[in-house]
Design a protein around this ligand. Structure first.
Ligand SMILES: Cc1cc2nc3c(=O)[nH]c(=O)nc-3n(C[C@H](O)[C@H](O)[C@H](O)COP(=O)(O)OP(=O)(O)OC[C@H]3O[C@@H](n4cnc5c(N)ncnc54)[C@H](O)[C@@H]3O)c2cc1C
Length: 359
């Protein structure tokens, strides 16, 4: 039996691709039920990673029906309100990086699994040999334990003592619900996809979700317990529409300090245990994490199917390739995160998107 800890994009994709190959697996998920937690905003899934995994899962067409092509739109402003860049997605543009609501992606994956494939309310605590222990005192046994349990993975401690490190960035996230109706002017300013405004000390971001909500984020440099200053102080000198965007948020801002695992993290192979996704290679949130979690999942399932009855051969094939792929992407993600920080972040990002040579 294959036990998957965590029912995020990675864990559910693994269960689905294994199911396609006729291989049984159980997902143990900490959340009490599928509705226990708001799934948050959007994910952009790329052709060669997240979408490749959905092809392996036999779910590509369903994904393309649920995905939002126009979610690829981008608007960039500076803090005075000057438009730096606007890219609108033509109706016939390729679905290279369409956005999907996290909740829609999760529903799509859950619908594709047998009803008993996910054991909700199962918070993994530790493993003793092949026995898994959960917070409610229950136990289970498995032949292969896969940690798909995200940034603060407990399974990771079976393979390495390395912990995620704080990057110095904190994002504060909130939302405007039913934005088209409640805040039409702000909804028009944000547009159909991604919106950024850059100031000398912070970055404002907003994103249109498929359900009419606009998520709003403020990214600052500081300690992990940084508190969000009052909007007037925070956006002193900014154009009034940006202050209005913050003021229109209808839920409290939640702080998300940004942590990453070291680029190129590896560990000695251990029989019967492996990791995928954020548990293996937590990267800055620049649009690769879910994509790579899902690709890891598809590749692990493919390796298990290719070595019937020999899980260790499957891990020998999967793990080094996953670690090497993750190292390359983590390096690129760190460089992208670097573009987004510093007083000249707006100029750096604009140069990147307009492909002007750097000085
Ligand atoms: C603001 C933000 C925006 C992002 N945007 C993008 C994007 O556009 N594109 C992209 O590719 N990536 C994006 N990412 C990154 C992406 O969210 C993650 O990389 C991705 O969710 C990782 O998937 P995962 O399945 O590895 O882990 P997770 O999604 O973290 O799922 C882990 C699951 O494990 C469960 N769990 C945890 N501990 C236990 C336990 N002990 N027992 C049982 N269950 C447990 C959790 O409840 C959770 O359901 C973004 C991240 C952030 C913070």
């Amino acid at each position: 039996m294959i036990a998957i800890i965590g029912g995020g994009p990675g864990g559910l994709t693994l269960a689905r691709v294994l199911h396609v190959h006729g291989i049984e697996a159980v997902v143990y998920e900490r959340d009490a039920s599928r509705d226990a937690r708001d799934q948050g905003s959007m994910l952009d899934l790329h052709t060669d990673t997240g979408q490749a995994a959905l092809r392996a899962a036999g779910l590509e067409q369903e994904f393309l029906r649920a995905a939002r092509r126009e979610g690829q739109d981008m608007r960039m402003f500076d803090y005075t309100g000057a438009l730096l860049l606007q890219e609108d997605t033509p109706d016939d543009a390729p679905m290279a990086r369409p956005e999907i609501d996290r909740a829609d992606l999760r529903d799509l994956l859950l619908r594709s699994l047998p009803s008993d494939a996910v054991r909700w309310g199962s918070s993994f605590q530790h493993a003793e040999g092949r026995t898994l222990h959960f917070a409610d005192g229950s136990t289970a046994t498995c032949d292969l334990l896969v940690g798909a349990d995200g940034a603060n993975s407990r399974v990771r401690s079976l393979l390495t003592d390395v912990q995620p490190e704080f990057t110095g960035s904190v994002s504060f996230l909130s939302a405007i619900h039913d934005a088209e109706r409640t805040q039409p002017a702000l909804a028009a300013m944000v547009g159909r996809g991604n919106f950024w405004a850059f100031g000398p000390e912070l970055r404002l971001a907003a994103q249109r979700n498929g359900n009419g909500t606009i998520t709003v984020g403020v990214s600052l440099q500081g300690p992990p317990d940084l508190e969000l200053p009052a909007a007037d102080q925070l956006l002193d000198g900014w154009a009034p529409e940006f202050r209005q965007l913050l003021a229109a948020c209808d839920e409290p801002f939640v702080a998300r300090p940004q942590y990453v695992l070291p680029v190129g993290l590896t560990w000695p192979r251990r029989p019967g245990v492996t990791l995928l996704g954020d548990a293996a290679h937590l990267m800055p949130p620049v649009g690769e994490g879910a994509n790579h979690a899902m690709l890891d999942a598809a590749e692990l399932a493919r390796a298990v199917a290719a070595h019937p009855g020999d899980l260790e051969a499957a891990l020998d094939e999967y793990e080094p390739a996953m670690l090497s792929r993750a190292a390359a992407t983590a390096r690129r993600s760190a460089a992208a995160a670097d573009l987004l920080t510093g007083p000249d972040a707006g100029e750096k990002v604009l140069r990147f998107f307009t492909r002007e040579p750097a000085d």
